[in-house]
Design a protein around this ligand. Structure first.
Ligand SMILES: Nc1ncnc2c1ncn2[C@@H]1O[C@H](COP(=O)(O)OP(=O)(O)OP(=O)(O)O)[C@@H](O)[C@H]1O
Length: 260
């Protein structure tokens, strides 16, 4: 379980990116974080694997107090959390298979990763992960010969091979066309169902978020302003997340509705 307790984050330039976040995300959940650009979605996701430090509060992942980890503990902890980026973060001039194998040796220097000798078991795990995302036939192709969608699937396979408990995805479909984006979202859904890994992604495509995720967390100005089932998100909720107001005021004249 991931638990945020009164978490705040202020960047060194004094931007208050997260303010008093309280959240619990259970194992196996599929959660989409939505909100305007600059709302704090990326910061929220990146605090979970300590890419960013929180400024106050507590962040606990499967019993580990993330904000208290130091040095090597952080690297060991990160092995349990897969991260997918909009820009794929692959080494494009080596093969698909090597990119996936790299997930087994995150601490080696780059040259050792590229020339590294891997065990049969590691190769089988990497090939199995490629099969899971439907690109086993590309295993020996150089990454720079693949389309954007295929590259994102390599990134997903690399994360899967790592066998994490949680997958964080920061705008995973932002640079993909609608058809490919859907294939990648289908991959996330299948992985979530088959493996019980938690999937937490932040996403600008609201309709995709509502279609694929079970739970929606709406963030505005660093605060969680909606937290509920995707099927309960209507236009009022979206207006509230994105504009801070709803189209239909409460009967007592209040403009704002509170969803959390
Ligand atoms: N490294 C940083 N240093 C200083 N300020 C930052 C940093 N990263 C983000 N911010 C600021 O923190 C706030 C939240 O940013 P964040 O990237 O988390 O938002 P977001 O909702 O993910 O936006 P987008 O959808 O555009 O990616 C913004 O005001 C942003 O300018």
């Amino acid at each position: 379980m991931i638990e945020f307790i009164n978490v705040g984050k202020t960047y060194p330039n004094n931007v208050r990116a997260l303010d008093n976040i309280n959240l619990k995300i259970e194992k196996g959940e599929f959660v989409a974080i939505i909100g305007l650009s600059g709302a704090g979605k990326s910061t929220l996701i990146r605090c979970i694997n300590r890419m960013h430090d929180i400024s106050e509060g507590e962040l606990i992942v499967d019993g580990v107090k993330v904000d208290a980890l130091k040095g090597k503990e952080i690297r060991t902890f990160r092995q349990r959390i897969g991260m997918i980026f909009q820009s794929f973060n692959l080494v494009t001039r080596i093969s698909v298979l090597k990119n996936v194998l790299v997930s087994f040796v995150p601490e080696l220097p780059f040259w050792r990763k590229v020339t590294g000798i891997f065990s049969k078991d590691q190769k089988i795990r990497a090939l199995t992960a490629l099969d899971k995302v439907g690109i086993l036939d590309k295993a020996y192709v150089r990454v720079d010969q693949l389309s954007g969608g295929q590259q994102q699937r390599v990134a997903l396979a690399r994360t899967l091979a790592q066998q994490p408990d949680i997958i964080l995805a920061d705008e995973p479909i932002a640079s993909l066309d609608p058809v490919t984006a859907r294939q990648v979202m289908d991959d996330f859904t299948r992985i979530n169902r088959e493996t019980d890994m938690s999937i937490i992604l932040n996403i600008h495509h609201v309709e995709m978020a509502l279609e694929y995720a079970e739970r929606i967390i709406g963030v505005r100005e660093g605060r969680v302003v909606y937290d509920g089932k995707a099927e309960d998100v209507n236009q009022d909720v979206l207006d509230f997340i994105y504009n801070g107001k709803t189209g239909s005021p409460e009967p007592d004249g209040r403009e704002e509705k509170y969803y959390v």
